[in-house]
Design a protein around this ligand. Structure first.
Ligand SMILES: Cc1cc2nc3c(=O)[nH]c(=O)nc-3n(C[C@H](O)[C@H](O)[C@H](O)COP(=O)(O)OP(=O)(O)OC[C@H]3O[C@@H](n4cnc5c(N)ncnc54)[C@H](O)[C@@H]3O)c2cc1C
Length: 373
């Protein structure tokens, strides 16, 4: 039986960030990761590091997201220094393109609501009219239907695969281990310690983090946590490498450091099916061309689908087991954006043994609201 201070079940972006955060604070951490053919959002996502539209009606989540954006530059630099991996993180602003007046008005209303809710300054985010947006894009012509965009200067993007690789490497550099293809099957608690059985042996630790994405609910049940999680399919299209044309990332449209343009992502209720469906992806391509007509000339080279991990309100859940002290579940929809607070703030808060009260709004008891008759 292999033992550690903490077992982290799941080596996606959420599990790896928390594991790294705990290891950099001195804990002996072992990550047990799933099978190679598991649905892994960490390997299928769009790569936005994003605050726009996060936390409407949930100021605690809005604050958490903004905290993460504040930490991101130092976090990316720390990972690069430790591992030699450049994450291709760019914090040069994020856009949400609007097609037509209705989209422009709705975006303005939502941004204003978020600004007031968060007590944020006027320049935190603003609307650009079409002329301002066109001058930002320079020689790249906007489509006729584009009325403007929301702009948030602190948003940005990252290569999510480089992020995942760097988190794993940084964990190893801090003495942690990752057991690949070692899915947790059963969890038992006895004598103040958790024993986890896997097809590759038994692992033991006094503390446990369940961060297994769409596999987390089944594991959490075993420690008395009943967390509703649903998959949501998201398809992404990728073009061939193009000359630099998009000066900043946008919701649904971003150019990678290598020159490819990513177009995404659909929101589909397809269970655990990760297949691609042209009829769903095509409107996304049409919208991208309506926004930036030059993309009509670009060849598509890939189309893939990943599964988001969604709670009923789309906001994160961090919850400790009341029956089995030392077990925590962590899940969220934006694990790339939140990677910095997971590695720094969440790991620090949980390190002494109990999540502080400020995490109470993130508990899944918020879903157990009695329904009106
Ligand atoms: C199309 C799409 C676009 C997205 N775009 C963005 C974006 O722009 N910005 C952003 O911030 N986020 C984005 N996300 C979300 C982001 O990818 C996830 O939040 C992030 O990957 C974290 O997921 P995770 O670690 O919880 O789960 P996953 O990445 O799915 O990892 C879960 C891990 O748990 C393992 N596992 C499963 N069962 C077990 C078990 N029994 N025992 C041990 N391990 C197990 C799996 O093998 C896997 O490695 C997007 C997601 C999708 C699908």
């Amino acid at each position: 039986m292999a033992s550690a201070d903490v077992l982290v079940l799941g080596g996606g972006t959420v599990g790896a960030a928390i594991a790294y955060g705990l290891a950099r604070r001195g804990a002996a951490v072992t990550v047990l990761d799933g099978a190679d053919d598991d649905a892994r959002a960490a390997r299928a996502n769009f790569g936005l590091v994003w605050s726009q539209s996060k936390g409407v009606g949930a100021p605690w989540y809005q604050r958490w997201t903004l905290d993460s954006l504040e930490r991101w530059p130092g976090f990316a630099a720390e990972l690069a220094e430790l591992t030699g991996i450049d994450l291709h993180y760019r914090r040069n602003g994020g856009l949400t393109y609007c097609l037509g007046d209705a989209e422009f008005d709705a975006r303005r209303t939502q941004m204003e609501r978020l600004r007031i809710q968060g007590g944020l300054p006027e320049d935190h985010a603003r609307m650009l009219d079409r002329a301002e947006l066109q001058s930002l894009l320079g020689r790249v012509r906007l489509g006729d239907r584009v009325t403007g965009a929301g702009l948030c200067p602190i948003d940005g993007h990252v290569d999510p695969l480089r992020l995942l690789k760097a988190l794993h490497a940084a964990l190893l550099r801090n003495g942690g281990t990752v057991q690949a293809a070692t899915p947790a099957r059963t969890i038992r608690f006895k004598g103040g310690s958790f024993t986890v059985d896997t097809p590759r042996g038994r692992f033991e630790a006094p503390r446990l983090v369940i961060a297994a994405g769409n596999g987390a609910s089944a594991l959490a049940e075993q420690v008395g946590l009943h967390v509703p999680i649903q998959p949501q399919r998201g398809q992404i299209l990728v073009t061939e490498r193009l000359q630099p044309m998009l000066p900043m990332a946008a919701s649904g449209l971003r150019q990678s450091e290598e020159g490819t343009v990513l177009i995404g992502a659909t929101k589909e209720d397809a269970g655990m099916d990760r297949g691609t469906v042209l009829a769903h992806a095509a409107p996304m391509a049409a919208r991208a061309i309506a926004t930036i007509p030059a993309l009509r000339e670009a060849r598509l080279v890939r189309n893939w689908a990943g599964l988001r991990i969604l709670t009923p309100d789309g906001n994160p859940v961090y919850a400790e087991s009341p029956q089995f002290p030392g077990a925590m579940l962590a899940t969220c929809h934006s694990g790339v954006t939140l990677a910095a607070v997971h590695a720094f703030d969440l790991a620090e808060a949980w390190a002494p043994g109990r999540l502080p009260d400020r995490f109470a709004p993130f508990h899944h008891r918020r879903f157990n609201v009695p329904q009106a008759a």
